[in-house]
Design a protein around this ligand. Structure first.
Ligand code: AMP
Ligand code: MG
Length: 344
């Protein structure tokens, strides 16, 4: 791979060697699956190939997947979720070779793929024509990602297709991080929900735009901005609100919201007259919450956030006070989801 005539290497090795490292990581993960799981995944792959929907676990949240190259299958995703049609989907792949058929790669994007895939990083690049406009929400670009979960990788590999998959929840609700929640939201509308236990990250992937001269963060997520910057050797830019809405339509919508008022607060900021309130955070709150969920650190806060919101909304409290995390590492994604859940 050359760019401007200059041969680029990754960590002092050839790019092809690094790409085959990614393939080896994928093979290792798939080979750890039990025969019963493989059987279910094979059934899922048949459904995907015939244009149906399958919910499956990734390391971030559960996805609602369909053949990304089949506009009719993709239409069913939007319909099932009630998702606005201009909110583009991420295409999930199981190899860098598969990615090459979908988008125009550049060497910096490839470097990130080789470093962080499989993992919670979605990369926006110019789309090739094979991707239906509906999958891209009408944009000339597409987001690609390789999930770091054996079931997801096997599902993609066995169907031999890129799988378009947003989170497997009804649009606007908190994302599902276990199979039971998926069944409750969309279980009666789709033929198969693959159970892979609780997800490891609990927040969605980081989305960066690599179509321009500088990397731009479109959505903070499971992979910290700082880690991407260390690999690229340059700052990842934060777009201004106006441009981010144009570049990543999904960020415009209210998201992740529980059915009860959510308020961002510091632990000593709970109003004295608050009644029947819940606390969620890392610190001990002042006052007497009716319910309290405390996390060890930001990673646990992120992993448990959506489940905690759903549990608290069912508990009958009248408001949830959520501690504001610091904007570093996973805290950036956590804060983003909290602000949106609170309604902006
Ligand atoms: P979700 O499927 O709910 O995790 O949302 C996918 C996110 O990726 C949304 O914020 C989309 O706006 C964003 N996204 C997907 N494709 C693109 C693209 N081609 N350009 C910019 N953002 C994208
Ligand atoms: Mg979602």
């Amino acid at each position: 791979m050359t760019d401007g005539g200059e041969v680029k290497t990754v960590s002092g090795r050839g790019i092809e060697a690094a790409a085959s490292d990614v393939d080896a990581r994928v093979e290792n993960k798939i080979s750890a699956l039990a025969p019963e799981q493989l059987e279910i995944v094979r059934r899922g792959a048949e459904i995907i190939k015939s244009g149906g929907l399958v919910a499956f676990p990734t390391e971030t949240v559960y996805g609602l997947g369909a053949n990304a190259l089949d506009a009719e299958a993709v239409r069913r995703i939007y319909e099932t979720k009630g998702r606005p049609s201009d909110n583009p989907l991420i295409l999930h792949v199981s190899s860098i070779e598969m990615t090459e058929g979908l988008v125009e790669l550049n060497w910096r994007a490839r470097m990130l793929m080789e470093k962080f895939w499989p993992g919670p990083l979605s990369i926006v690049l110019p789309a090739k024509e094979v991707i239906p406009s509906r999958t891209r929400g009408g944009l000339p670009t597409a987001a690609v990602r390789m999930p770091d979960a054996a079931v997801a990788l096997a599902l993609i590999k066995f169907s031999n297709l890129p799988i378009a998959a947003p989170s497997a929840n009804i649009s606007g609700r908190p994302s599902p991080t276990d199979a039971e929640t998926v069944r409750r939201d969309v279980g009666d509308k789709i033929p198969l929900v693959i159970d892979g236990g609780e997800t490891r990250f609990g927040v969605e992937s980081t989305v960066i735009d690599m179509t321009g001269e500088h990397a731009v963060l479109l959505r903070p997520g499971g992979l910290a901005k700082e880690e991407i910057e260390a690999e690229l050797g340059e700052e990842v830019l934060l777009p201004q609100d106006q441009t981010i809405i144009k570049r990543s339509p999904g960020t415009r919508y209210r998201h992740y919201a529980p059915n009860v008022t959510l308020i961002l607060a510091a632990p000593d900021e709970i109003p004295a007259d608050a009644e029947n309130w819940a606390w969620m955070g890392i610190s001990e709150p002042a006052g007497n919450p009716a319910k309290k969920i405390k996390f060890r650190d930001d990673a646990e806060y992120a992993r448990e956030l959506f489940r905690a919101m759903r549990a608290l909304e069912k508990s009958g409290v009248s408001a949830i006070y959520a501690e504001i995390p610091e904007e570093r590492g996973i805290g950036r994604a956590l804060k983003d989801r909290l602000v949106r859940a609170a309604g902006g």
